[in-house]
Design a protein around this ligand. Structure first.
Ligand SMILES: Nc1c(NC[C@H](O)[C@H](O)[C@H](O)CO)[nH]c(=O)[nH]c1=O
Ligand SMILES: CC(=O)[C@@H](O)COP(=O)(O)O
Length: 163
């Protein structure tokens, strides 16, 4: 697997624009809080590291990854943010529920972004087990929260450059 070959958060911080001018929403799911809490810390700290102001970060919590869809939609409808970062962790159980949740969240978040013409960043882990999730929430494969924050800054900067 490609992910076994490198830290998935391996990117050059020199290519990340300053986030000082931007405002971000972070929606974090409570399901698998040990993982999503680590994703949130990674994302929040990464935004600050790239000059985003604390007062320009609006964080809200939702029950599960499926509610990220409504959370992102409400955030974009009610707050003037440049991008929304959605953080969740869906872990395979005994049934096909995993498949339905993952597909719904991926497609739902994409549609919310198109509806509002704003970047909605998919920071949702979809793993076979808890260990795979922990490896990607500050473990050997980096932190998807970091990646999501960097992506949000880059997309906000892109949006500005195209204005
Ligand atoms: N099993 C996981 C869930 N399930 C809950 C759904 O996300 C949703 O809250 C429920 O179906 C009610 O609408 N959520 C996760 O984030 N992670 C899981 O592993
Ligand atoms: C992804 C889920 O909703 C899953 O964790 C639920 O577990 P199960 O498929 O055993 O009901």
């Amino acid at each position: 697997m490609a992910s076994n070959l490198k830290n998935l958060s391996d990117f050059s911080h020199t290519t990340v624009p300053s986030g000082q001018a931007f405002k971000f929403g972070i929606i974090v799911a409570s399901w698998n809080a040990q993982v999503t809490g680590a994703l949130y810390k990674g994302a929040y700290n990464s935004l600050l590291k790239h000059q985003v102001l604390e007062e320009n970060i609006i964080s809200v919590e939702v029950a599960g990854s499926y509610e990220l869809i409504a959370g992102a939609d409400l955030m974009l409808a009610k707050k003037q943010v440049d991008a929304v970062i959605c953080l969740g962790c869906v872990i395979q159980g005994e049934t096909r529920h995993f498949d339905f949740i993952c597909d719904a969240v991926a497609n739902g978040l994409a549609n919310v972004g198109l509806k509002h013409t704003k970047p909605v960043i998919f920071g949702v882990l979809t793993t076979d087990n808890l260990n795979q999730a922990l490896d990607r929430a500050g473990g050997k494969h980096g932190n998807k929260g970091d990646e999501a924050a960097i992506t949000a800054i880059k997309m906000a900067d892109l949006n500005t450059s195209l204005s």
